[in-house]
Design a protein around this ligand. Structure first.
Ligand code: FPP
Length: 246
């Protein structure tokens, strides 16, 4: 996996919908949380690989606004996994120069998880090697509503003139403000939909769907997705532009 002048560049930002943990566990006649636990190992491997490839941004859809409707024991199991993950990974994040950001509404998270999350975000604030976005209690439409409310408020206060509102203004009011849009979206687990994920930011992303369930999505699978991305031409609505000419 190279990012040389001859090759199509690697993406700057990869976003992943990590789907299939529950089915992976059910296939093994184990509880769904067993699948989520195995999914954490994939999370570690994909973060490590992303960092070692020099990809600057990785966004993982860890918990959607809709996921709050799952049975209480699954929600609390996922929150425990998240809490343990954040506690155990801080040292590795600092060592590997990884900055953690949260996309979503952390106020809905249990107090202890929120505390650990805020501390990890603060402690890694100066890290510049890679940005890891965890989408937690995240919904794309709700992110857009949040951005529109913030812009409307500025218009009412006189801090923003409606006629000066541009695509950049909208991007600047999203949770991903200041970050490049994802070039590549990967969804594991066989479904072929966006499920309310990064609706604005994914406008021009290449989409890669695989039947592989998240706990089985490891380094080799990730390379395959990146190679597929590199084999595609991104035209952004124009006629013919080779990636290495952009
Ligand atoms: C979707 O699988 C996955 C989730 C809702 C949670 C993803 C969480 C993890 C990978 C582990 C925790 C994350 C971190 C960052 C520590 P699903 O349960 O919908 O699977 P199914 O479609 O097979 O039911």
């Amino acid at each position: 996996m190279e990012d040389t002048e001859k090759n199509t560049p690697l993406p700057s930002h990869v976003a992943i919908i990590m789907d299939g943990n529950g089915r992976w566990a059910e296939e093994r006649k184990r509880p769904r949380l067993f699948g989520h636990k195995a999914g954490v190992d994939s999370v570690r491997e994909i973060i490590e690989t992303t960092r070692s490839l020099g990809i600057g941004y990785l966004t993982l859809y860890a918990f959607s606004t809709e996921n709050w409707n799952r049975p209480a024991h699954e929600v609390s199991g996922l929150m425990n996994l998240l809490q343990r993950y954040l506690q155990s990974e801080l040292e590795t994040m600092l060592k590997n120069d990884i900055r953690l950001c949260c996309l979503g509404d952390p106020d809905r998270l249990p107090k202890e998880v929120r505390k650990t999350l805020v501390k990890t975000i603060d402690d890694t604030r100066a890290c510049a090697g890679m940005t890891l976005n965890l989408a937690l209690s995240y919904g794309g439409r709700s992110e857009l509503v949040h951005a529109m409310q913030a812009m409307a408020e500025k218009c009412c206060r006189g801090d923003l003139a409606w006629e000066n509102l541009t695509e950049t203004t909208i991007s600047d009011h999203l949770f991903t403000a200041g970050q490049p849009d994802p070039d590549l979206l990967i969804r594991t687990g066989g479904e072929r939909r966006l499920s309310n994920f990064l609706l604005w930011q994914l406008s021009y992303a290449e989409l890669y769907f695989t039947d592989v369930k998240w706990p089985d999505f490891r380094k080799d699978q990730f390379f395959k997705a990146l190679e597929t991305y590199q084999s595609r031409q991104r035209r952004f609505g124009r006629i013919v532009v080779h990636l290495d000419a952009e």
